[in-house]
Design a protein around this ligand. Structure first.
Ligand SMILES: Nc1ncnc2c1ncn2[C@@H]1O[C@H](COP(=O)(O)OP(=O)(O)O)[C@@H](O)[C@H]1O
Ligand SMILES: [Mg+2]
Length: 216
């Protein structure tokens, strides 16, 4: 299965989400059959992976860096690995489009801010063209860096949902990630939040994993 983590907004949490998903999928798959593809020339996922590898953290994740047209590479990797996770740059990149044509799902992390949500229209335009080539593609919007302030949580969630509802091609995910320092702290050590001590962050990634993968 090819999972593309992509959106048109830089800094929306794509790399953080990709690395956390890679670890939870590797932990839940007895064969540890996960490949993370870093298709962003900034190489943040590759640096995370380097930290993980040099500290001998298990489960080990396979990482590949590949740019430009990803189609063939992803098809080949998909035969070898149960899960292939693709981390791309923000913007309308060639990597994002070529990956979307062969992906099973796109997960687009978005903050509930006008600046982030404004880019959903742009994503829709690109995705509509890709769906002609890949009609089974599912597109999920994941609310990330959501507020932890109890007085704001509900209104923010409602705003997010009503905005995403304007785009019939997109499905908002029920699970959401909140703004927590732990997400930043673990990345520099090559870890996921699952390997940290913040229970709420662990629950967030676990809930996302269940929602996406619990029944195939
Ligand atoms: N849930 C979160 N809580 C707090 N900070 C986060 C969270 N997710 C990501 N970040 C931070 O936000 C910044 C952008 O995240 P990153 O994953 O690099 O985004 P992208 O790959 O979309 O550019 C990074 O500094 C990262 O540590
Ligand atoms: Mg990134």
């Amino acid at each position: 299965m090819i999972i593309l983590v992509g959106s048109n907004k830089g800094g929306s949490g794509k790399t953080t989400l990709s690395c956390n998903l890679a670890v939870i999928l590797a932990k839940s798959d007895s064969n540890n059959d996960v490949c993370l593809v870093d298709a962003d020339r900034q190489g943040s996922a590759a640096r995370w992976h380097q930290e993980r590898e040099s500290a001998d953290i298990t489960p080990a994740i396979t990482l590949i860096q590949k740019y430009d047209n990803l189609t063939k590479t992803l098809q080949t990797l998909n035969e070898k690995f149960t899960h292939v996770i693709v981390d791309v740059a923000g913007r309308n990149s060639r990597e994002m489009i070529t990956a979307a044509t062969v992906a099973d799902m796109v997960i687009a992390p978005h903050q509930c801010s006008q600046l982030d949500l404004d880019t959903l229209g742009e994503l829709q335009e690109q995705i509509i063209r890709v769906i002609d080539l890949n009609p089974d593609l599912k597109i999920f919007i994941y609310q990330t860096m959501a507020s932890t302030n109890v007085q704001v949580i509900e209104t923010e969630r409602n705003d997010f949902q009503s905005y995403v509802a304007e785009f019939p091609e997109f499905t908002p995910l029920k699970s959401a990630g909140r703004y927590r320092k732990i997400y930043r702290d673990v990345m520099s050590e090559g870890l996921s939040v699952l390997e940290g001590s913040n229970k709420q962050a662990i629950e967030e990634i676990t809930a996302l994993h269940q929602e996406l993968f619990s029944h195939g």
